[in-house]
Design a protein around this ligand. Structure first.
Ligand SMILES: *Cc1c(COP(=O)(O)O)cnc(C)c1O
Length: 366
């Protein structure tokens, strides 16, 4: 049996007619850069996230970057985040001239250890970017209390967490701004690059709308120096179709996770992910931890099973951040996870037989 890590073609086949019709409509109306299809998606996505505003942009990376810019973050500022995330979180901080400051993660959820945040705050700290890694939200209540106490912005990196919940609140709706990626492989994926910021704050929404459109308040009147960060019309139309299915797809992911949870045995040799009781995890990634990772990956590959690693090298050890090397930073949990993680196949259309095959192969190898 062949089990891919994810299968975007099978999903396209299941909604082909609606997608093709949506693309055709954009082309016939030639509404390509921003425009009504993007606006329509923005309205629906705000409803979905239970927040007030959505601003569609070019990617998740651009969403985080523009979130920081809209809050006037720049050189001399420090932003607290985690080292075990996709590079984009730190990259966006660095790209606006600020400095990422890391705290370690919690060994159960792999998310920011919010109880280390207070120690990392200096007089330069301006904000915190919690990352809802793999689709499970960070412990936001204590984090928001710290942010309030020190008057810091909170930008949720919800790029892996469309539809995730924390105490019934939607990802992206708790902090000042939530950032989403619609990279094709994400839980809600476009057919190309796209991203969005969500916020309940009118002023922030207005600033980002101007920022993403060359600082224009009206055509050819540029109030500030902005950027071209518009979402494509075609992507807006596609996302509008796919948004109708996201709850169903997230439920399917949760069902597959449940099958993995109950059929794999959590032991010292095989650590399964844990969902906090107050969270709704949407399993963008189902990551297990094993000690003999290379052997496991190779044996699974020989059995036709594709896996991934998210992520093999924490950001403070990346060549791009070699300036951090002399600081001798150490984040033992993030480093341990980077050495032990394997992401198992996970996509909504995965069949029960495929899950059972993966399980049987892992149990055999263990
Ligand atoms: C995917 C991702 C991003 C970046 O999104 P792009 O749309 O690829 O730019 C940022 N942060 C996290 C945690 C992600 O998973």
């Amino acid at each position: 049996m062949e089990v891919p890590f994810l299968d975007l073609k099978i999903q396209y086949q299941s909604i082909k007619e609606e997608i093709d019709a949506a693309i055709e409509q954009v082309i016939s109306e030639c509404s390509f850069a921003g425009g009504p299809f993007v606006k329509d998606f923005e309205n629906h996505f705000s409803e979905f996230c239970e927040t007030k505003h959505t601003v569609g942009v070019g990617s998740g990376t651009e969403a985080i970057w523009m979130a920081l810019l809209s809050l006037d973050i720049g050189p001399g500022d420090e932003i607290i985040t985690v080292p075990n995330t996709f590079i984009a979180t730190a990259e966006a901080i660095s790209f606006c001239g600020a400095t990422p400051v890391f705290v370690d993660v919690d060994e159960k959820t792999y998310n920011m250890n919010v109880f280390q945040v207070e120690q990392a705050i200096t007089e330069k700290t301006k904000g915190i970017i919690p990352v809802h890694l793999f689709g499970q939200m960070v412990d936001m209540e204590p984090l928001m209390a710290i942010a309030k106490k020190y008057n810091l912005f909170v930008i949720e990196d919800a790029c892996q967490a469309h539809g995730a919940e924390y105490h019934g609140k939607k990802a992206g709706s708790i902090g000042d701004i939530g950032c989403f990626s619609f990279y094709p492989g994400k839980n809600l994926g476009a057919y190309g690059d796209a991203g969005a910021l969500v916020t309940r704050n009118d002023e922030i929404a207005e600033r980002v709308r101007i920022l993403r459109d060359h600082g224009q308040t009206k055509k050819y009147t540029h109030k500030i120096i902005g950027w071209n960060g518009r979402m494509d019309g075609i992507q807006g139309a596609i996302l509008n179709v796919k948004l109708r299915y996201i709850n169903r797809w997230n439920e399917a992911r949760r069902h597959i996770a449940k099958l993995y949870d109950t059929q794999l045995k959590n032991t010292e040799a095989l650590v399964l992910p844990k969902e906090n009781e107050y969270n709704r995890h949407v399993y963008h990634i189902y990551a297990i931890r094993v000690r003999y990772r290379d052997e496991m990956i190779k044996t699974l590959k020989d059995s036709g099973i594709q896996t991934g690693i998210h992520y093999p090298l924490p950001i403070h050890l990346q060549p791009a951040y070699k300036n951090m090397a002399k600081m001798n930073l150490s984040f033992p949990i993030a480093e341990k996870c980077a050495n032990e993680f394997i992401s198992l196949p996970m996509f909504p259309e995965m069949s029960q037989e495929q899950v059972e095959y993966v399980v049987s192969q892992i149990n055999r190898i263990i």
